[in-house]
Design a protein around this ligand. Structure first.
Ligand code: HEM
Ligand code: HEM
Length: 185
């Protein structure tokens, strides 16, 4: 019997958490690489990967949220204060909101240019029926870029909080999201 059963996230929840976390970093680096490429056509090709990864992240996050309903998270750690729980909840909710809204905003913005998103030729998302308005599209992309930076800053703070719980408080919080180690309730 696994004594950690009720103190840890499920295996699938952990897998999705770490996969999404890695893909968000890859996604950022792909955008940075595209922006640093002077050749427009090459930059466009790199950005094609950003669009495709965006669709993959959206699907994984949707899957994570459905799985969260089927297999809810373990009860919160009793040693955490009310403000800590509230802060964690707000941060997690903000992550999910950004991870769903950002790719949709990207799709809408690309649609204002009448462009299709190709997911590496496997399947594609046609432009949404929105008016052709590249100026609006550029504005949405700028907001999307700023939201992306906010997401990264939040992820950095979230990781620091997880490490603080692991190495300063030593309260087992980090192991709730890892298949090894002892988590506490
Ligand atoms: C959850 C999915 C996504 C995440 C986490 C994400 C993240 C980011 C980040 C962090 C940046 C800023 C890079 C920087 O300025 O250093 C960015 C920029 C950008 N993203 Fe995404 N992105 C996602 C999905 C998409 C999708 C689906 C599209 C298009 C269909 C898209 C189009 C763009 C464009 C065009 C830029 C450049 C924006 C600018 O003008 O600054 N992204 N993205
Ligand atoms: C882009 C990167 C990341 C994103 C978007 C992210 C997102 C999330 C979200 C949304 C949750 C809540 C899970 C749920 O209840 O459904 C969560 C929980 C968690 N994350 Fe992350 N995460 C990221 C990176 C990290 C890193 C780098 C660490 C460790 C250093 C980490 C450690 C944890 C832990 C320990 C929990 C469980 C917290 C608890 O039980 O209250 N995460 N993360």
């Amino acid at each position: 019997m696994n004594l950690d059963a009720k103190t840890k996230y499920s295996g699938l929840a952990m897998l999705l958490h770490w996969l999404i976390a890695v893909l968000v970093i890859v996604q950022w680096q792909v955008a940075v690489a595209a922006e640093a490429t002077p050749d427009k056509e090459a930059a466009g090709q790199i950005m094609g990967n950003h669009f495709a990864f965006g669709v993959v992240i959206f699907i994984l996050v949707a899957l994570r949220l459905v799985w969260r309903l089927i297999s809810p998270p373990p009860p919160t750690v009793s040693g955490h204060g009310p403000w800590e729980r509230l802060l964690a909840r707000v941060v997690h909710l903000t992550f999910y909101a950004l991870l769903l809204v950002m790719p949709i905003a990207g799709w809408i913005a690309l649609s204002t240019f009448g462009e299709t998103i190709s997911v590496w030729g496997l399947f594609s998302l046609p432009p949404l029926p929105v008016p052709q308005n590249p100026t609006l599209g550029e504005t949405i992309f700028e907001l999307h870029g700023a939201a992306g930076i906010a997401l990264l800053v939040l992820a950095g703070l979230h990781a620091l909080a997880a490490l603080k719980h692991a190495f300063i408080d030593k309260d087992g919080t980090l192991y709730r999201m890892l298949p090894f180690g002892t988590a506490r309730s």
